[in-house]
Design a protein around this ligand. Sequence first.
Ligand SMILES: CC(C)(COP(=O)(O)OP(=O)(O)OC[C@H]1O[C@@H](n2cnc3c(N)ncnc32)[C@H](O)[C@@H]1OP(=O)(O)O)[C@@H](O)C(=O)NCCC(=O)NCCS
Length: 153
Amino acid sequence: VESPDQPDVRDLDDSEVARVCEFLGLARLDQGDGRYLVAWIGDVPVGHAYLTRTNPPNLQDVEVDEAYRRRGVARRLLDVVHSAALAQGARSIVLSVSARSLDAQSLYRSLGFEDTGTPPLEVRGTVQIRSGPIEVDDTLLTWEKKLAAPGEP
Ligand SMILES: CC(C)(COP(=O)(O)OP(=O)(O)OC[C@H]1O[C@@H](n2cnc3c(N)ncnc32)[C@H](O)[C@@H]1OP(=O)(O)O)[C@@H](O)C(=O)NCCC(=O)NCCS
């Protein structure tokens, strides 16, 4: 039995979509190029992350329910993402992070992600996500984490 505070992270099953949507966005559900990993505490979905099957894999839509932040949920999710990427044969994980999201930057930095040096991407306009159109005016930074192959230091 897992401890009540230690989330259990697993692949999203189709039968769980409605339950997860009560708490989290699943904005990339219909993207079709990867999968969601969901962190559960009991029957409550407390966080999710989307990992693409591309090479290198992209990490997208990392979200933890506000009521469950700052307890290591994202750290645990990204630990499973790391294993999943290794299992896909990846040598690195790439992500985009908003220049404004200092919380997320601090999370990713603490886990070993670094800026790739790719010029910041200015994103402006209307973007369609599953829940409908949203207005975006943002600067995205490209960060990556290099993964050691099994047996490498
Ligand atoms: C960013 C986010 C996913 C972090 O989730 P979380 O479960 O609270 O993160 P954790 O508790 O696992 O934190 C792990 C580490 O990340 C860093 N961190 C996380 N939240 C932080 C914050 N608000 N301020 C500073 N550092 C933070 C810390 O180093 C933290 O370790 P510590 O608690 O031992 O100091 C969450 O705040 C969130 O969903 N934010 C909104 C969505 C978002 O910005 N997603 C990222 C899109 S790129």
